[in-house]
Design a protein around this ligand. Structure first.
Ligand code: HEC
Ligand code: HEC
Length: 495
């Protein structure tokens, strides 16, 4: 391409100097020639290619600016390492529907190996739904789902790394040494001691959500406990679920093998369960062997020239590394970039506005209006695999996600609603685009932006796509072997 630009630039400069200096023998023939050249190369292309050529925007050698910002290569020391038997136990629990109130879904329903640790949908279909991944439906008859889950199910690649201390799009679970349990969570001081890492702390919560796993009041006793916020009580959610596991002999034997403080069924607690799940998630879905990783380890040639050009843009003119920094390409901060808001929302902007269909993001946790629409900067490792993207899964086109960052106002005004992956049901679908179809609400999403417009050519966007390819680990493409053939409860693994 550089060569092409060079040729174009040379062609232009000769044609100009020719017309200016030389005595033109056959003026008519020359004008005809000039017209043809102009028709072939539009002025805009010309300016663009000269601009690019002149500024070296597509440098295919690693620039000094990039070198200064590159993170250290990832090593085993960056992760919590867990014993194999604990990982294996966690795998069973992760896929076992025994942990859901109505025994009809599991963690894997929304974080499935077939969907690269997500569910492949814009917004998840929780308990009551039917089917796996993008084929999941909203369920049937009285067991059908009551609502869409309001946020996209994030990828869980690499979350066993020690640097991931914050969970959820709004950071409502996080490591906090000032708390007795070591974690700040929605459960406050009810959170038991002994949770080993943020993944384990996180695992205490999906089971307490009526839409995700617990079910509706009156359907089962776990859902009843959830509805009155009884998590830690004697008959609370956590004890009830631990009791279910205690009643399965195969589990009891496995827990005894893994934990020195489990000698009989009654010793098994939700903390043991959550720690095993955390070990599984952290161990199995490491994804730190991408071309970028190999390059960081010093393997010259691991990245293609186009990927390197994309990396230079990422750390340079495109400004991505301002937020997607460090080993996992996230600063772990909360930023507002005006991503489209779709689905039922989190109850923000109550009657009079959008009737609760908004999601104020981080503000929900801090109560600070300055945090409105801020969401955690996600890791974009494995980005090629983890769509739909954004906290509400509004984009199913990675290029559109990049373009959104470059000009959020333009992206919102031209947002293509047909790309979402949301199983249709008349009442649920009626809410899906309420915010986006309302000009005032849509523009509100832009009211607190932390990002500035950047002008990039389509070719530069191509190179950013190449870099996102370079940070995607080829070992993560086929995860089929991560699905167990059966689980100790005997419940089906697939719907
Ligand atoms: C019905 C779908 C659903 C089920 C079932 C579910 N999750 Fe999730 N998971 C989500 C959604 C949606 C989020 C993001 C919610 C938010 O940020 O508010 C999430 C977030 C997470 C995160 C945080 C990831 C991050 O980067 O912040 C982890 C880890 C996780 N889930 C693990 C689990 C585990 C373990 C289970 C089972 C105990 C489980 N999930 C069950 C949908 C689900
Ligand atoms: C000001 C901070 C900031 C900058 C700069 C930034 N991003 Fe982001 N990015 C975010 C935030 C915050 C999100 C999540 C927003 C949401 O979900 O509402 C995000 C989401 C993404 C996603 C989707 C990830 C997912 O799993 O949903 C991709 C891909 C991405 N960014 C790539 C880029 C690229 C490429 C650039 C450079 C052109 C860039 N970002 C610049 C903050 C930033």
């Amino acid at each position: 391409m550089i060569q092409k630009s060079l040729i174009i630039a040379l062609a232009l400069s000769t044609s100009i100097s020719v017309s200016a200096k030389r005595t033109i023998v056959d003026e008519e023939a020359y004008l005809q020639y000039e017209k043809e050249v102009q028709a072939k190369i539009s002025r805009e292309d010309m300016v663009k290619s000269m601009h690019r050529f002149g500024h070296g925007k597509l440098n295919r050698r690693v620039t000094q600016n990039t070198i200064e910002q590159l993170p250290d290569a990832i090593t085993d020391d960056d992760f919590d390492i867990h014993p194999a038997d604990k990982v294996a136990l966690g795998k069973f629990l992760f896929f076992d529907k025994i942990l859901s109130g109505n025994q009809n879904d599991s963690c894997a329903t929304c974080h499935h190996p077939f969907a690269w640790s997500g569910d492949g949908l814009s917004l998840p279909i929780g308990e009551g739904g039917d089917g796996t991944g993008v084929a999941r439906t909203t369920g049937y008859l009285e067991s059908e789902v009551h609502e869409r889950v309001p946020r996209n199910a994030p990828q869980i690649f690499n979350l066993g790394a020690k640097s991931f201390e914050i969970m959820f799009h709004d950071g409502r679970v996080r490591r906090d040494d000032s708390r007795p349990s070591g974690f700040l969570t929605p459960a406050g001081d009810d959170l038991p001691m002994g949770l080993e890492n943020p993944l384990a702390a996180q695992a205490m919560f999906p089971i307490t959500s009526s839409a995700e796993m617990a079910g509706q009041v009156g359907e089962n006793s776990v859902a009843d406990a959830t509805s009155v916020d009884n998590l830690a009580g004697v008959d609370g959610v956590w004890n009830q679920l631990a009791k279910r596991v205690q009643d399965i002999n195969e589990y009891v034997e496995l827990f005894k093998g893994v934990y020195s403080d489990v000698n009989s069924a009654e010793d098994i607690t939700m903390v043991h369960i959550a720690n095993a799940i955390g070990a599984f998630e952290g161990d199995i879905w490491r994804a730190d062997n991408s071309a970028f990783d190999k390059f960081l380890r010093g393997e010259e040639g691991a990245m293609s020239p186009n990927q390197i050009a994309g990396m230079n843009l990422f750390y340079g003119d495109a400004g991505c590394s301002g937020c997607h920094s460090g080993q996992f390409l996230t600063s772990n901060e909360f930023k507002s970039i005006g991503m489209p808001q779709i689905g039922p929302g989190k109850g923000d902007n109550l009657p009079g506005f959008r009737d609760g269909l908004d999601d104020f993001g981080r503000e929900r946790e801090t109560g600070d209006i300055a945090d409105r629409y801020r969401f955690r900067v996600p890791s974009i490792r494995n980005a090629l695999l983890t769509g739909p993207w954004g906290h509400a899964g509004a984009y199913n086109d990675l290029r559109a996600v990049i373009k959104h960052h470059l000009n959020p106002a333009d992206a919102l005004a031209n947002y293509d609603q047909t790309q979402v992956l949301l199983p249709y049901r008349r009442d649920l679908s009626a809410l899906d685009f309420a915010v986006m179809n309302d000009e005032y609400s849509r523009n509100s999403l832009l009211s607190n932006l932390d990002i500035e417009n950047v002008d990039l050519t389509e070719e530069q966007i191509d190179r950013l796509m190449d870099f996102l390819d370079a940070v995607t680990d080829r070992n993560s493409i086929d995860l089929r072997t991560d699905v167990p053939s059966k689980v100790p409860s005997g419940l089906p693994i697939f719907d």
